[in-house]
Write a protein that binds this ligand. Structure first.
Ligand SMILES: Nc1ncnc2c1ncn2[C@@H]1O[C@H](COP(=O)(O)OP(=O)(O)OP(=O)(O)O)[C@@H](O)[C@H]1O
Ligand SMILES: [Mg+2]
Length: 266
């Protein structure tokens, strides 16, 4: 369980970019975080895994405060982050080394490393690319390598910070499918996205507006009740069509069905 309690953060004193944000994320959830440019989404992601420390309030993972430096390694291991730019994530020279690097960093015993690398390659469909260098991979494959490095650490939560936004449609589809697979395996998924179509894959939405939490609730209620335009967000295509045809909330199941077929959700 990840608990934000009245969290505030600023980069420059007096300019708060996260303001009094409180929410709880249970293990096993699939959540979207949305909001306009600069609303504080990436800052929130970094507060989640202790990359940034709250200036006000507290962030806790189970019993551990993420601000406790002794727990920092545990927290980063428990909550993995996947960022936007596939080019920025590759540190080493091939996919296997990339996974090993993360494991050595968290001091996984050497005898466990081989098995964890194989499992991570299999889970991300990258077995054939184990020795591939970054320039031999597509953007989508690079993002999957970043995910492989994260899941090898056996995290309970993974935060995807606009991880699909630089990918072509095929790469996007593959990454969303991977999120669904990981969620089915019990990993809590938190996706930050500008694509409202992707939000349909999640069950709960957090909306940030200038650093404040403006909505926290189920995905269908979000699309029914929240006017998205003021936040610079667009309704998903299927929802727009449904609303133009005059469907009520009752039609929700129908657009959910369409989204499900789009993203291969049951
Ligand atoms: N390292 C930094 N130093 C100073 N200000 C920053 C820094 N990183 C972000 N900010 C500012 O904090 C605010 C929130 O930024 P953040 O990146 O969290 O927003 P975001 O919702 O992720 O935006 P985007 O949709 O563009 O990714 C913005 O006003 C941004 O300019
Ligand atoms: Mg961001």
């Amino acid at each position: 369980m990840l608990v934000f309690d009245q969290v505030g953060y600023y980069y420059r004193r007096g300019q708060e970019v996260v303001k009094e944000v409180s929410f709880t994320i249970q293990k096993g959830e699939f959540i979207s975080i949305v909001g306009g440019n600069g609303s504080g989404k990436s800052t929130l992601a970094k507060l989640m895994n202790g990359l940034l420390l709250a200036k006000q309030g507290s962030v806790a993972l189970g019993e551990q405060a993420t601000s406790d430096p002794d727990q920092a390694r545990d927290v980063r291991q428990t909550i993995g982050l996947v960022f936007q730019n596939p080019e920025d994530q590759f540190i080493t020279t091939n996919v296997t080394d990339e996974i090993v690097f993360g494991l050595e960093n968290i001091r996984v015993p050497p005898e466990q490393i081989g098995g964890r690398v194989q499992d991570a390659l299999r889970a991300t469909g990258l077995e054939r690319y184990a020795d591939a260098a970054p320039h031999e991979l597509s953007g989508g494959q690079k993002q999957r390598a970043a995910v492989a490095a994260v899941i090898a650490m056996q995290p309970q939560f993974i935060v995807f910070d606009e991880a699909t936004s630089m990918l072509d449609p095929e790469g996007r589809n593959e990454l969303i499918k991977l999120m669904r697979d990981l969620h089915a395996q019990g990993i809590t998924i938190i996706q930050i996205t500008h694509h409202m179509d992707e939000v349909l894959a999640s069950r709960r939405v957090l909306l940030l507006d200038q650093g404040k939490l403006a909505f926290d609730g189920p995905t269908d209620r979000f699309f029914r009740e929240v006017p998205l335009e003021p936040y610079g967000l667009e309704r998903p295509f299927a929802v727009r069509i449904g609303q133009q045809l005059g469907w009520s909330g009752e039609a929700t199941a129908d657009w959910k069905g369409r989204a499900a077929s789009q993203w291969s959700i049951e």
